[in-house]
Design a binder for this molecule. Structure first.
Ligand SMILES: Nc1nc2c(ncn2[C@@H]2O[C@H](COP(=O)(O)OP(=O)(O)OP(=O)(O)O)[C@@H](O)[C@H]2O)c(=O)[nH]1
Length: 229
């Protein structure tokens, strides 16, 4: 079978119809892995490569004679689907759970976790750090899984507010903690590389759940724990 856009119906249309039939959302920061069947990602990559090639042509870049851009469409398609936006197309990472045998009932923190994303508006990078605070209930997860989950959520076109809430929702579903805090501080290249060109401006978003939300002392303890980390 011919790949990508050359077949009768582009593979993106086939997948889109499947998602619509299921009544599922497919916004930039939604995960759509369950609607993609085996063997379809290479077809999607081939379709995307042709479209990126079209973008380069419209930008009047001579990809035939410019040795630097000859393979650019291929590289960009591979990068979007397999790297920077892979959190849309891959299943949630496997999470190992352990019982909280000793009944730790105090705060533990994880961070800073590196945040790499792109804004949904201009598709340019968002780079930053994330700190997580947990007051566990009866089980905990492997600490590397906080990074894996954050990477999965942020490797999508995002806005920082929604990404922070998505990460908190996912963690809450998984570990059902008595308290959960997620803080993200990031710089947006749509504000530095272009636009207002503010180089030092960062955005901080915070989601507090359970004890962290209800109890000011608990919240302040978490903030003081991460302050000098
Ligand atoms: N709330 C929020 N805004 C964001 C985020 N990332 C980028 N933005 C902003 O989204 C806005 C998009 O605004 P528009 O006015 O539609 O786009 P624009 O004309 O290119 O705007 P300028 O950036 O002001 O030049 C900009 O103000 C961005 O700075 C984010 O994570 N959260």
């Amino acid at each position: 079978m011919e790949k990508g856009i050359n077949q009768e119906k582009p593979i993106s249309s086939v997948i889109r119809e499947r998602i619509r039939e299921a009544g599922a959302p497919f916004a930039a920061n939604d995960n759509i892995a369950q609607y993609i069947r085996e063997g379809e990602m290479p077809q999607l990559e081939a379709e995307l490569e042709e479209k990126i090639q079209g973008v380069l042509e419209t930008l009047l870049i001579d990809t035939e004679n410019d040795h630097n851009t000859r393979e650019t469409a291929h590289r960009v398609a591979k990068m979007y689907l397999g790297e920077v936006f892979s959190g849309r197309y891959t299943e949630r990472p496997r999470i190992t759970e352990f019982p909280n045998v000793k009944q730790l009932n105090q705060i533990y923190t994880v961070g800073p976790i590196a945040i790499r994303s792109a804004c949904s508006h201009h598709l340019v990078p968002i780079m930053g750090q994330c700190w997580i605070g947990v007051i566990p209930s009866d089980h905990v997860i492997g600490i590397s899984k906080f990074s894996r989950l954050a990477n999965w959520i942020f490797s999508r076109p995002q806005i920082q507010e929604e990404a922070t809430v998505q990460l908190a929702d996912e963690l809450e579903r998984l570990i059902k903690p008595y308290g959960l805090a997620v803080i993200v501080k990031a710089k947006h290249e749509c504000m530095s590389w272009r636009g207002v060109k503010e180089h030092d401006c960062a955005m901080t978003t915070s989601v507090m759940r359970g004890y962290f939300l209800k109890n000011t002392a608990t919240r302040l303890e978490f903030l003081s724990l991460i302050k000098d980390l």
